[in-house]
Design a protein around this ligand. Structure first.
Ligand code: ADP
Ligand code: MG
Length: 225
């Protein structure tokens, strides 16, 4: 049997004060490969802290995190960056696209220093854009796209290196209801293709699209029934 992709055990993340804030309190979470889970909670409940730890952007104060079976606590910053590049894709609320680069250049960014030859990078980026239904927009600049299209470009960029885990922090937070729906449908398709997915949101209707919903309140996780 393959190890779970994510195993968080009794994770606490404290930010020193005063006053000290415990953004996560003894959080335990296991995600199997191919799972699609949402983590839902109000503003300030610890969602972004959770995503940052899952994505190796931050370290827990206490507790251990195994990613694909391997303990992450002892990794150096360089090793963490390498694991991140190989395993994890990120999508954020504000898209974070480069406005002066074409859609294609934005999508191939994560591969720029990967040693993948240019022609292959472009091929992969084109395929990622096809996957999100935006192959016809590859020469456009982000500013000419709708919000929903921009977020789909960001999703293409997040999956271009074939990550094992996609982490999305409030991916629909800047979108209206219709374009949010487009992005959520895309997540469902990617998950159906086998991608493991965590969507973090304050929006209950977005959270309910995932087969599994985990609640977070004041830094504590609980499984929704
Ligand atoms: P959410 O994403 O659910 O809105 P966050 O994870 O961003 O919540 O924040 C959870 C709590 O941790 C909040 O009380 C926030 O103020 C605090 N917090 C987050 N990041 C920091 C930081 N870098 N320094 C101090 N406190 C922080
Ligand atoms: Mg947040």
């Amino acid at each position: 049997m393959t190890a779970p992709i994510v195993e968080l055990r009794d994770i606490t993340r404290s930010f020193p004060g005063p006053p000290e804030v415990q953004a996560l309190k003894a959080a335990t979470l296991t995600l199997d490969q191919g799972e699609y889970a949402s983590i839902v909670g109000p503003s300030g409940s610890g969602k972004s802290t959770m995503l940052n730890i899952l994505g190796l952007l931050d370290r827990p104060t206490v507790g251990e995190y195994r990613l694909a079976g391997a303990l992450t606590g002892a990794l150096s910053e360089d090793e963490r960056a390498a694991v991140r590049a190989q395993f994890i894709g990120f999508v954020f609320q504000a898209f974070h696209l480069m406005p002066r680069r074409t859609v294609l250049d934005n999508v191939l960014m994560p591969m720029l220093y990967s040693g993948v030859p240019r022609a292959e990078r472009e091929g992969r980026a084109e395929r990622a854009l096809e996957r999100v239904g935006l192959g016809h927009r590859k020469s456009f600049f982000p500013g000419t796209l709708s919000g929903g299209e921009r977020q789909r470009v960001a999703v293409a960029r997040a999956v271009v290196s074939d990550p094992r885990l996609l982490l999305a922090d409030e991916p629909t937070g800047s979108l209206d209801q219709r374009t949010s729906g487009e992005v959520m449908e895309l997540f469902e398709e990617l998950n159906a293709d086998g991608l493991t997915l965590v969507v973090i949101t304050h929006d209950q209707s977005v959270a309910e699209r995932a087969p599994r919903t985990v609640r977070i309140a004041d830094g504590r996780l609980s499984e929704a029934s």
